[in-house]
Design a protein around this ligand. Structure first.
Ligand code: ADP
Ligand code: GN1
Ligand code: MG
Length: 371
């Protein structure tokens, strides 16, 4: 919860070389997992600089050492590729700022794990696409990201969260939470429970195809919300993909689908008034166009055919995760008000129901390349 956010203490700030005097650190961004701060620094020449300082959620990411090794490996790899393509690695990928002792993160007296990145200036992280063009740009960015990591050595990646997007396993965990019902909340949400149980078979559709080899395992981001990408304020194009904690082998369809669930909608993820929440087909088409443009040739026919399933299952899975957390007492996703995880669950299920109604149209959009 917001009240549990731990501010960086003096020793945390002293652990990194910011190249000047620290003027202060303020809460930043709207992530649900880590505690993020912007650190304001004045350099000896009087210039101002910002850094992102994050307390890694070690309840979620239990091995920050290996997590940060993943991020270092991936960002080094991206830096080389971006430079080779004539891009600007300082702005187009995250860069880990090591501690003064040369480590990838700092451990404070309470065991908190802190890491630092230069703040990428001149960009914007959106909670909602303001225009279809912005959403198409996000699609291009995540499509390009898939291609850039196509030849990354997947076997060197540590699995930061086991079975992260194994929807069948998410369903099993939901059933266990329902069975335990530790707070007696299940009686308040019979419709939501029914919604999940009615779709139990759907949860296996992509995992089954992965197991039979019909869908390939790739290096994927696994958390492709619109606010995990920095768009260039000037050009509106995708500048940098951020939030690299969950880079692991996974399905391309999950990356595509997670962007759709968060972005192809008329309302915020936690909108309490469901009459405002609709799946937005033009936004779906815009993202699909961008994604296929950038990733297109890399995707197999089976992947393309399953894109609507990626959208529906990532939305269903996320709703199941919010509902599970609600039943368990809101211990995973940060909440800022009571009932927020239930509201989040309900928006996801509303979107799933809309997608089911638009199922044929979604396939048609994919076949037409998002046009
Ligand atoms: P969480 O895992 O909690 O979502 P993120 O890594 O996504 O944490 O960071 C939260 C927010 O902080 C992002 O949505 C973005 O607005 C901002 N942010 C993170 N890293 C940077 C960066 N290097 N430069 C600018 N903004 C950043
Ligand atoms: C979390 O970290 P953040 O806020 O970008 C979550 C995602 C969910 C998302 C729902 C590590 O993303 O899986 O889809 O919230 N990240 C983790 O908004 O669980
Ligand atoms: Mg994030």
């Amino acid at each position: 919860m917001a009240s549990n956010i731990l501010r960086p203490t003096e020793d945390v700030l002293a652990a990194f070389d910011f190249g000047g005097e620290v003027a202060g650190a303020l809460r930043y961004g709207e992530g649900h997992i880590n505690d993020t701060f912007a650190v304001y620094v004045q350099r000896p020449d009087g210039e101002a600089r910002r850094f992102i300082l994050q307390r890694i959620n070690t309840g979620v990411f239990t091995d920050p050492e290996r997590l940060m090794e993943n991020i270092r490996g991936v960002t080094d790899f991206l830096r080389n590729k971006i430079a080779a393509a004539g891009g600007d690695p300082e702005r187009e990928t995250l860069t880990v700022v090591p501690t003064r002792g040369g480590r990838l993160f700092y451990t404070d007296a309470a065991g908190g794990a802190w890491r630092c990145y230069p703040f990428i200036e001149g960009g914007v992280c959106l909670q909602k696409a303001e225009t279809p063009g912005q959403f198409a740009a996000a699609g291009r960015s995540f499509g390009r990201f898939l291609r850039l990591l196509e030849d990354y050595p997947a076997d060197t990646l540590y699995e930061t969260i086991e079975k992260f997007h194994d929807t069948r396993d998410r369903l099993a965990k939901f059933r266990a939470a329902l069975e335990a019902d530790v707070l007696g909340r299940a009686k308040e949400v019979p419709e939501e429970i029914r919604f999940v149980l009615d779709r139990a078979a759907d949860c296996a559709v992509l995992m089954d195809q992965l197991e039979t080899g019909r869908l390939p395992l790739r290096v994927t981001h696994n958390d492709t919300k619109l606010n995990n990408i920095i768009l260039d304020k000037q050009t509106g194009e995708g500048l940098c993909v951020i939030d690299l904690d969950t880079i692991m082998p996974g399905l391309a369809l999950n990356d595509y689908g997670d962007s759709i669930r968060f972005g192809a909608t008329t309302a915020a993820e936690d909108e309490p008034d469901l009459s405002k929440v609709h799946f937005d087909l033009p936004l779906y088409a815009a993202y699909t166009r961008g994604y296929l443009e950038a990733a297109g040739e890399a995707l197999t026919a089976a992947e393309k055919e399953n894109l609507p399933w990626g959208a529906k299952l990532m939305t269903l899975e996320c709703g199941i995760r919010f509902l599970t957390d609600y039943l368990q007492g809101d211990t995973y996703f940060k909440i800022h008000r009571p009932g927020q995880n239930l509201d989040r669950c309900r928006t996801q299920f509303k979107l799933v129901a809309d997608m089911e109604r638009e199922w044929e149209a979604m396939h048609e959009v994919v076949r037409a390349g998002g046009r």
